[in-house]
Every structure is written in structure tokens, then in C-alpha cells.
Design a protein around this ligand. Structure first.
Ligand SMILES: C[S@@+](CC[C@H](N)C(=O)[O-])C[C@H]1O[C@@H](n2cnc3c(N)ncnc32)[C@H](O)[C@@H]1O
Length: 196
């Protein structure tokens, strides 16, 4: 998956990495920043998605679709698709450019809107990457866990760098009898939950 990343995907990843590094330091308001995962986290979630059981794959918080590109590699590996949700129209527009430039429109379905308005339509989720505003993590967690198939994975970003804000959700997840969960110290800290 990682040694032969297609050139259009690699090129767009590099562009977005540069843009993300710039907007963290140039005074861009927080909500307008891309706030992407680092590359190692991208590899980690791609490995987990590629190892997920049968079922649907979703991502909550597309931004410019950088993390989606990593997950698209897993889609190619597994002949799968992923649906990714983004609430901001301005971010959605950049994600559309990303998907076209990287040539992954056949495996990525984009939805513009609040994920929580769509979660009722979901069933049989086998992989979910949660990377949205921290205030909605617990609602997303409670909405997604019942939809996970046995062995299905929910991975949540920022479990270490936003630990204080996420503590109510972490307290639920780490003691939730429906899942086995732990925090992996990679990138900003990934909470990994596997449905029992
Ligand atoms: C940290 S960024 C995502 C970064 C992206 N996963 C990446 O690594 O490239 C969080 C994104 O979640 C979006 N978001 C926040 N609340 C949302 C919601 N309720 N539904 C869908 N997207 C949401 C924000 O607009 C923002 O673009």
C-alpha cells in the first residue's frame, strides 16, 4: 500500500501537507485551517481499515480529504469504498478538488453536512475514522458503536493532544463492555475501539 502510492495521490498528499503546515502558522483562523492528521497516522488508519471485517467504511471530518487519501489506499487494497462526511462547504470544495486531482472518485463518496443527521441511515459499519470537532465525539461515539459489526473498528483522533476535552468520551469508551479499546501513542493519539 505504502511503497507504490500512485503519483497523483502522492502529489496531492504533498500539496496538502505543505498547505497544512503553512496554515498552522500564518494566522489562518482555527476553523478554516485544514487540521490534518500527520502521515504516520494516515498509515496507521489505512492499515486498520485494510484489516477491517466486511462492512461499510466511514470517515467523520473530511476537511481537504488528506486522511481520506490514506483511506483510499486501503480501499484500493481491499476493493472497497468509503463515505466521508464534512459539515463546512468551504472544506468540501477543497475535498472535491483533492478527490479529482488524486483520481480516487471511484472509491470515495463525499457527503456535505452534519454527520449526526446521517448516522440513522447507516448500518453494518466495519470501519469509522472520527476526526471532527471534539465537542461532538461522544455523540458520534454513541451513535456509531451500535452500528458497528462484530470486529468493526472505530478510531478517534486527538486522544492524547486533546485528552482533557475528550475525557468524557474516553471514560465511556475505555470502560465500555461493548468494545475493547485502547489509546495508541501515534501522531496526536488514536483511540482504537473494536466491537466485541
Ligand atoms: C480535524 S479536521 C479533519 C481533518 C481530516 N480528517 C484530515 O486529517 O485530513 C475536522 C473536520 O471536521 C469537520 N466537522 C466538524 N463537525 C462535523 C460534523 N458534525 N459533521 C461532519 N464534519 C464535521 C470540520 O468542518 C473539519 O473540517
Amino acid at each position: 500500500m505504502f511503497l507504490d502510492i500512485p503519483a497523483p495521490i502522492l502529489l496531492r498528499m504533498r500539496e496538502l501537507e505543505q498547505r497544512d503546515a503553512l496554515d498552522r502558522n500564518d494566522g489562518t483562523p482555527r476553523l478554516d485551517r485544514l487540521r490534518q492528521i500527520p502521515p504516520d497516522t494516515g498509515k496507521f488508519i489505512a492499515l486498520l481499515a485494510a484489516s477491517a471485517p466486511e462492512g461499510d467504511w466511514i470517515e467523520i471530518g473530511t476537511s481537504a480529504a488528506y486522511s481520506t487519501l490514506w483511506l483510499a489506499l486501503a480501499c484500493r487494497e481491499r476493493n472497497h469504498t468509503i463515505t466521508t462526511f464534512e459539515i463546512m462547504a468551504s472544506k468540501s470544495a477543497i475535498a472535491t478538488e483533492t478527490i479529482a486531482a488524486a483520481g480516487v472518485g471511484d472509491v470515495v463518496r463525499r457527503v456535505e453536512g452534519d454527520f449526526l443527521d446521517y448516522v440513522g441511515d447507516l448500518d453494518d459499519v466495519s470501519f469509522c475514522f472520527l476526526d471532527a470537532e471534539k465537542e461532538i465525539y461522544l455523540s458520534c461515539y454513541e451513535a456509531v458503536v451500535p452500528k458497528l459489526v462484530a470486529g468493526g473498528l472505530l478510531v478517534a483522533d486527538n486522544a492524547i493532544d486533546h485528552q482533557a476535552t475528550l475525557q468524557p468520551m474516553l471514560d465511556v469508551a475505555l470502560f465500555d463492555p461493548r468494545v475493547d479499546a485502547l489509546i495508541v501513542p501515534i501522531g496526536k493519539g488514536e483511540l482504537v475501539c473494536r466491537k466485541r
